[in-house]
Design a protein around this ligand. Structure first.
Ligand code: ATP
Ligand code: MG
Length: 416
């Protein structure tokens, strides 16, 4: 019999491949950001006037990119570095990073900004207007500049009343001030969230767009290497090169992955934990494979469900996956999916189903967990259902769909 206390103690004290686990923390900001040098340059060009000619204009930039492409970490790094440079030149610049998903309302966002500026607010309930006025007066009084990042801004747009969006992006322009102290970085996953907005709002946001493309396999390789070597997340030589390559290939956008650095780092961390459980001194490709199947458990469930679907459900899924591939966006309007489905069906010589039938298929696919749906944002004219797949489009998924479609077609042709 194994003594449980011994087992736990031995495992705690046992060998480990890890050195500095905090370097793998999602909040950790590494010293280097491989493959984001161009984006940092573009940000610098946009905000250059803030340093050279402070107060001349209120600068706005949009960062757009899919999940895990380094938008948050790059904005934070840039903001803090710029603040340091400004301060050295005697310019009082603050950098405040607000996550719109965490600070869910305009009021909470303003509170967060005040807190970051160390501006005490009175206890009585203030309106958003009053809070903004206090913040603005404070900037004036103390001669401060503020670079404000509104992260996950899509979320704010899709959940807030139009008046609040309007207030947030226009109020400063409407104040007739001579020295412009407030500057914005808006972070979104898809530009389409902004394109549906009213022109009067859009013109105030979209001045300059910086794209964060999904990482390729070799980008991810460099990012993982940087965490291992420069950030010293693991002991020297504790990660095999094949393991790093495997993880980079799985997630690299050029190899059918989603190009998501977060997933790559998480997979590496989990591979390390698996190696530790096995008392292995080195993370091998086997550990990486095990980690990958654990991180992606939906895939096996989804695979099983797909194998039981009728032809037209498969054609719909194929349509969505090909839209993902062609357009690189995450969500598509129902009408666009239907259109693509008709194309896919006709190409295979199948009569497409009618609109009401397709609607029913979509509803069932959603119940089976094979698609995600959401409503288009309140800011957009005319609400529509947006559709996405719950997992990244991989070669594996595409092959599975094509294979199943082929089998259904052969079966129906044999029986007719
Ligand atoms: N170029 C890079 N170099 C080093 N680490 C990176 C790089 N890009 C992303 N990362 C790391 O990958 C993880 C995800 O990055 P980040 O949170 O910035 O993504 P994001 O684009 O904001 O994603 P989301 O849209 O989901 O918020 C973080 O741990 C971050 O440190
Ligand atoms: Mg982010």
């Amino acid at each position: 019999m194994v003594d449980i206390k011994d087992l736990i103690e031995n495992t705690i004290e046992g060998s480990t491949v890890f050195n500095n686990t905090s370097a793998l923390n999602p909040e950790h900001i590494p010293a280097n950001l491989p493959h984001r040098e161009n984006q940092i340059k573009e940000l610098t060009v946009s905000f250059k006037d803030l340093i050279i000619n402070p107060g001349s204009t209120s600068i706005r930039t949009v960062i757009v990119g899919r999940t895990g492409t380094g938008k948050t970490v790059t904005a934070k790094k840039f903001g803090n570095e710029l603040k340091g440079i400004a301060n050295q030149k005697g310019l009082k610049l603050y950098y405040v990073h607000v996550n719109c998903h965490r600070q869910r309302t305009l009021y909470l966002m303003l509170m967060e900004i005040a807190q970051n500026l160390r501006l005490p607010l009175p206890n009585r309930g203030l309106s958003s207007q009053e809070t903004f006025k206090l913040i603005y007066d404070y900037l004036e009084r103390k001669n401060l500049h503020l670079l404000l990042t509104l992260d996950e801004f899509d979320y704010f747009i899709s959940t807030s009343p139009i008046e609040d969006i309007y207030f947030l992006v226009r109020i400063y322009d409407e104040l007739n001030v001579s020295v412009k102290r407030l500057h914005y970085i808006f972070i979104v996953r898809e530009l389409s969230t902004l394109s549906g907005l009213d022109k009067s709002i859009k013109d105030h946001i979209i001045k300059n767009i910086i794209e964060f493309s999904p990482y390729t396999s070799s980008d991810l390789y460099d990012i993982l290497q940087d965490r291992i070597i420069n950030e010293k997340a693991f002991k020297p030589n504790a990660v095999s090169d094949e393991a790093i390559k495997f993880i980079s290939d799985i997630h690299g956008a050029d190899k059918g992955g989603s190009g998501n650095a977060r997933l790559a780092i998480e997979t590496l961390e989990l591979a390390g934990k698996i190696a530790d459980t096995e008392n292995a001194p080195i993370i091998t490709v086997e550990h990486a494979k095990k980690a990958n199947s654990k991180i992606n458990p939906e895939m096996s469930v989804i695979t099983d469900t797909i194998k039981d679907l009728d032809l037209h459900y498969l054609l719909l899924l194929k349509a969505i996956s090909s839209l993902h591939k062609k357009q690189g966006e995450d969500f598509f309007p129902m009408g666009r999916v239907e259109e693509e489905y008709r194309t896919v069906a006709s190409l295979l010589g199948e009569e497409p189903r009618r609109h009401t039938q397709i609607f029913e298929y979509i509803r069932r696919l959603k119940l089976m967990g094979l698609i995600l749906t959401r409503h288009s944002s309140k800011g957009m004219r005319g609400r529509t259902t947006l559709i996405s797949l719950p997992i990244p489009v991989s070669t594996e998924l595409e092959e599975l769909l094509d294979g199943e479609i082929k089998r259904r077609l052969q079966k129906s042709r044999l029986s007719s």
